[in-house]
Design a protein around this ligand. Structure first.
Ligand code: ADP
Ligand code: MG
Ligand code: MG
Length: 213
């Protein structure tokens, strides 16, 4: 049973890598407005390395959590850039909390999402409103918890949380960046959503069906 879930996690990473390849140019253009234009490239490199590492881990018999932790290490190692370090560390934390033993309950999934957010928050020290990926991630984590705790199905809770994250990412357009490389050119960034928040919302929306099946 835990092999089936490991296989779903591998598929989630495959979906992530394919999605980011499709969006590489869009994310790069968005990052070029006030940043250095490499967000698409970094996300593609990181997610491809994560998929490779997860494939190796799966073939060696790893469970879901170990597979995601190994994927996170590869993502951080190969992506380059701030977002890669943060995504990689977050994915490792997600995997550690998820564990290998059994199919996770919605509650464990919510704790794993929270572990992902906490790790990124501790490393990056960005807060809500700083115009970073946290502006999509924290609303996702809260929305998912708020729905799962009273007993909503994980599938419905994840889809609703992803929709909240998508809306939150879009509304970063109105903010000035207070963290990261976009800060010196903050004024230019106004009117464009944060690239890291945008990619995070897209990935979370795309992987939901794998994690909650
Ligand atoms: P770099 O800025 O090193 O070129 P990327 O372009 O891949 O890296 O990623 C930029 C994104 O990283 C930003 O859009 C923002 O969402 C995110 N980011 C930057 N600094 C932080 C931080 N301190 N905490 C969380 N996210 C951050
Ligand atoms: Mg960049
Ligand atoms: Mg860069």
């Amino acid at each position: 049973e835990s092999r089936a879930y490991a296989s779903q996690c591998l598929q989630a990473l495959d979906t992530t890598a394919a999605l980011l390849r499709d969006c590489e140019a869009m994310l790069g253009d968005m990052d070029a407005i006030a940043g250095d234009g490499d967000h698409g490239r970094g996300m593609v490199r990181g997610s491809a390395a994560a998929l490779d590492a997860a494939t190796v881990a799966f073939e060696r018999g790893a469970g879901a959590g170990s597979l995601l932790a190994a994927a996170g290490d590869a993502w951080a190692d190969k992506a380059g850039g701030t977002s890669g370090v943060l995504w990689g560390a977050g994915l490792r934390a997600f995997g550690e909390r998820l564990g290998d033993a059994e199919t996770p309950t919605p509650d464990i999934l919510a704790q794993s999402v929270r572990a992902f957010a906490d790790r990124i928050s501790n490393l990056g020290k960005a807060e809500i409103g700083d115009k970073t990926m946290m502006d999509a991630l924290l609303p996702f984590a809260s929305s998912f918890e708020d729905r799962v705790l009273p007993g909503a199905a994980a599938e419905d809770a994840w889809a609703a949380a992803a929709s909240d994250a998508t809306e939150a990412a879009a509304s970063t357009a109105g903010l000035r960046p207070l963290k990261g490389r976009a800060r010196p050119l903050a004024e230019k960034s106004i009117g464009t959503p944060d690239p890291g928040a945008t990619s995070l919302a897209m990935v979370f929306a795309a992987v939901g069906p794998h994690f909650t099946a």
